[in-house]
Design a protein around this ligand. Structure first.
Ligand SMILES: Nc1nc2c(ncn2[C@@H]2O[C@H](COP(=O)(O)OP(=O)(O)OP(=O)(O)O)[C@@H](O)[C@H]2O)c(=O)[nH]1
Ligand SMILES: [Mg+2]
Length: 196
């Protein structure tokens, strides 16, 4: 049986007024362009075609909302850090993201997608600080872990945990390809979406 039998694409927002209705609870997925946000959403929901995956970085330029159950949503945020994006487009994304984090009452937690071969970058840390300052939970998925050997996986996980040790941020290794950590990520997300 599918974990979320009624999961469906809800809506996309390019402008602040296009955000889905701000009621119930939602979990947002953020990270660098090409880090694997859309792929992680597909793996966690077990729907390969739900969020668009691309080899071309910067593909998801909109905020995409998916409903997994009534009043429960996953949000695929536009990726940051892609150098080839024109400044005008970049500042529009930034304004949209900032608006989203500033107004969103239904946001309960952030899943930060980080390529395990790169580790946490400056913008990732800034993103975590943003959501922590707003009192939200955060969990780091060190993804594409299928590309690392065991030893390197352990090293990057330890480094991330150390970097986040003064905060409530948790982290784990993840691979949409090998399915490593998919269940663990789903549990974290479900807890946020159901906790009193
Ligand atoms: N080996 C491996 N490749 C992955 C994994 N997750 C994603 N990828 C690949 O990474 C590339 C980018 O994946 P996306 O899910 O589109 O990344 P994204 O963060 O949504 O990218 P943007 O929407 O452009 O910001 C694709 O070629 C994926 O197949 C993984 O766990 N393992
Ligand atoms: Mg994407």
């Amino acid at each position: 049986m599918s974990t979320y039998p009624h999961v469906r694409f809800l809506t996309s927002a390019a402008e602040p007024h296009q955000l889905a209705a701000d009621s119930g609870r939602e979990v947002a997925f953020a990270g660098r362009s090409n880090a694997g946000k859309s792929t992680a959403i597909n793996a966690i929901t077990q729907r390969s075609g739900l969020a668009r995956v691309s080899r071309t970085p910067g593909r998801t330029q909109l905020i995409n909302f998916f409903e997994i159950a009534p009043a429960r949503r996953l949000v695929d945020l536009p990726g940051y850090g892609y150098a080839k994006v024109p400044e005008r487009v970049r500042s529009k994304w930034l304004a949209l993201l900032q608006h989203y984090f500033n107004v969103r009452e239904s946001l309960v937690g952030l899943v930060l997608i980080v390529d395990s071969r790169r580790g946490l970058g400056e913008q990732d840390v800034a993103m975590l600080e943003w959501v922590l300052a707003r009192g939200r939970a955060a969990h780091v998925l060190l993804t594409k872990s299928d590309k690392l050997n065991r030893q390197d996986g352990v090293r990057v996980l330890r480094g991330t945990a150390e970097a986040c040790s003064d905060t409530v941020v948790t982290s784990q290794l993840f691979s949409a390809h090998s399915k490593k950590g998919v269940e663990e990520a789903r549990e974290v997300m479900n807890r946020w979406l159901t906790e009193a």
